[in-house]
Design a protein around this ligand. Structure first.
Ligand SMILES: Nc1ncnc2c1ncn2[C@@H]1O[C@H](COP(=O)(O)OP(=O)(O)OP(=O)(O)O)[C@@H](O)[C@H]1O
Ligand SMILES: [Mg+2]
Length: 221
């Protein structure tokens, strides 16, 4: 489902954000990505989502060879992904419900049906009573949960969640991780970055640790 070989990403500076990454992640796997601030986690996600190209190396995601992908293929490819950005990237002047429905509306599904389904997903993240609030008026943790509902509503093949519990209290964080693990059990491939090593230890999933852009550990917690 995801295959990286000899991936390097160097920004001008030079900053070596990723060095020689070799990774294979199968369909339905749940993987935590950990590592200190600046380790390269978000850079890795941006590359897997096709927002950045590697400086060198081969990258295959959801059946697409990203080195060869044309801009015509990109919309189709993106639909296979659900991304929770570290800074959420919600549409500020739209309601929670409209934000969650967005992936379905983009696909051309009917508005009424999309909003109905969005209600179900807002419920899954415990925000049914916030559906009509403009997203910029929600708390940080609420916005984060809206972003997660939006990322999973179209049942993507791959979920990339960049610190999805960073703004949540412990109980809410556990609920969100249960939801993401359920997504993996139903066949989605789920990658989650986190700084919460206690949670990672409790969850006993595959953990890939990155430091200075290199994989330093890959195994079960
Ligand atoms: N567009 C860019 N231009 C230059 N340097 C960049 C760019 N994007 C990221 N970097 C650098 O690459 C390194 C990795 O950044 P990245 O955002 O991937 O870290 P991270 O592991 O997600 O950190 P955090 O835990 O703080 O979110 C950092 O040193 C950062 O400054
Ligand atoms: Mg980051």
């Amino acid at each position: 489902m995801i295959e990286l070989s000899h991936i390097y990403k160097t920004f001008t500076g030079p900053v070596h954000a990723l060095r020689n990454l070799d990774l294979k992640i199968q369909k339905g796997e749940f993987v935590y990505i950990t590592g200190p601030s600046g380790a390269g986690k978000t850079t890795l996600f941006r590359m897997l989502a096709g927002f950045e190209m590697p400086t060198s190396g081969q990258l295959k995601v959801a059946g697409y060879d990203l080195n060869q992908m044309s801009s015509n293929d990109k919309p189709q490819f993106r639909r296979k992904l659900g991304v929770v950005f570290q800074d959420f990237k919600l549409l500020k002047d739209q309601t929670a419900l409209e934000n969650v429905a967005m992936p379905l509306l983009i696909r051309g599904e009917k508005k009424a049906r999309s909003l109905e389904r969005a209600k179900v997903f807002l419920q899954k993240v415990g925000l049914e009573d916030r559906q009509d609030m403009r997203s910029e008026t929600l708390s940080g943790g609420e916005q984060q949960r809206v972003a997660l509902a939006r990322a999973i509503i179209h049942q993507p093949d791959i979920i990339l969640a960049d610190e999805p519990t960073g703004n949540l209290d412990m109980d809410r964080g556990e609920e969100i991780m249960d939801l993401l693990e359920f997504c993996a059990q139903s066949g989605m491939t789920v990658l989650v970055t986190t700084h919460d090593l206690e949670m990672v230890r409790r969850r006993k999933q595959r953990v890939i640790s990155i430091k200075n852009g290199e994989v330093v550990k890959d195994g079960r917690a």
